[in-house]
Write a protein that binds this ligand. Structure first.
Ligand code: SF4
Ligand code: SF4
Length: 284
């Protein structure tokens, strides 16, 4: 089913690629957001907030929710037939204004852990990726009628704005995420089948489930991981997310991003040989 959110997001993306000036980090703009403006909180309603995996780590910790609980309560997964890259959106309230569940009269109720997209606004990042490769990234400034923070005498470069909004950790995790969600095999290949799509959402966003998968299946008998790393993965969500990105490159794209144990490889080789021998002996 194509959702209205997905159609709107696709239309905005196309307009940005076709019409917006492509800016670099030293491009300057004037902007000041504060509670005295008549538009205060207006940007926290009727908006599509794309959640990154690190956004989910920060928000669910902030809200003391399990990752599965957070996914059910606070996210939606829109998609279109043409869409190759799975997307997760913050679920807005089911009220007339479609307001963010975290907005309060005083502003953002999860400010220190607000998502990357909220930190960056009104700055955006886009990439005109085509078949076979992710395109050059560029920045743009969203000028929306409802936002009255533009202009005035507070001037920023885009780099200064990002520094002020504390996006460094988000950017570092974003780079790891891009190695998965902008992978040429994902951009050029067929859409992920339902099983792979489930693995993708589990390792990117549902870290409690991914942790159970790592520790309660034959995972650790299959892959080579140093003991201190295994212990870290038991409790450290950031470490588990980094590892999840590496594992997805192995599981979805057959990259050697993590190592299978030699004993497992040898057992597989022997099983394949035995099957081939059996097939050779079977009457046609
Ligand atoms: S998370 Fe905070 S800043 Fe972002 S839309 Fe919600 S209330 Fe606004
Ligand atoms: S200035 Fe823009 S970002 Fe700030 S509250 Fe108003 S609409 Fe939101």
């Amino acid at each position: 089913m194509t959702t209205p959110e997905a159609t709107e997001a696709d239309a905005l993306k196309q307009a940005i690629l076709d019409e917006y000036p492509r800016l670099t980090p030293d491009a300057r703009f004037r902007f000041r957001c504060h509670s005295g403006l008549d538009c205060f909180n207006r940007c926290c309603a009727d908006v599509n907030i794309v959640l990154t995996p690190y956004d989910v780590v920060r928000l669910r910790r902030r809200l003391s929710l399990g990752s599965t609980e957070f996914m059910i309560e606070h996210t939606v997964r829109p998609f279109t037939k043409e869409q190759k890259i799975p997307v997760l959106l913050l679920k807005m309230r089911d009220d007339a204004g479609k307001t963010c569940p975290f907005v309060t009269a005083q502003g953002c109720g999860v400010y220190d852990d607000r998502p990357w997209a909220c930190r960056m606004y009104p700055v955006g990042v886009a990439s005109a990726h085509t078949r076979s490769r992710a395109g050059e990234e560029f920045y743009f400034i969203l000028q929306e009628d409802h936002c009255h923070g533009h202009g005035g005498d507070t001037e920023w470069s885009i780099a200064q704005w990002m520094d002020d909004q504390g996006v460094a950790d988000y950017t570092a995790f974003g780079e790891l995420f891009k190695e998965v969600n902008l992978h040429p095999k994902l951009l050029d290949g067929p859409p992920l089948d339902p099983r792979k799509m489930d693995l993708y959402f589990m390792a990117c966003y549902d870290l409690d489930r991914f942790r159970r998968f790592v520790f309660e299946s034959r995972f650790l008998e299959t892959f080579e991981l140093a003991a201190p790393h295994v212990e870290q993965l038991r409790t450290d969500d950031e470490a588990l997310l980094r590892f999840g990105m590496e594992w997805l490159r192995f599981a979805l794209f057959a990259e050697p991003s993590i190592k299978v144990k030699p004993t497992v490889l040898e057992a597989r080789r022997q099983a394949l040989e035995a099957r081939a021998a059996l097939e050779r002996r079977s009457p046609r």
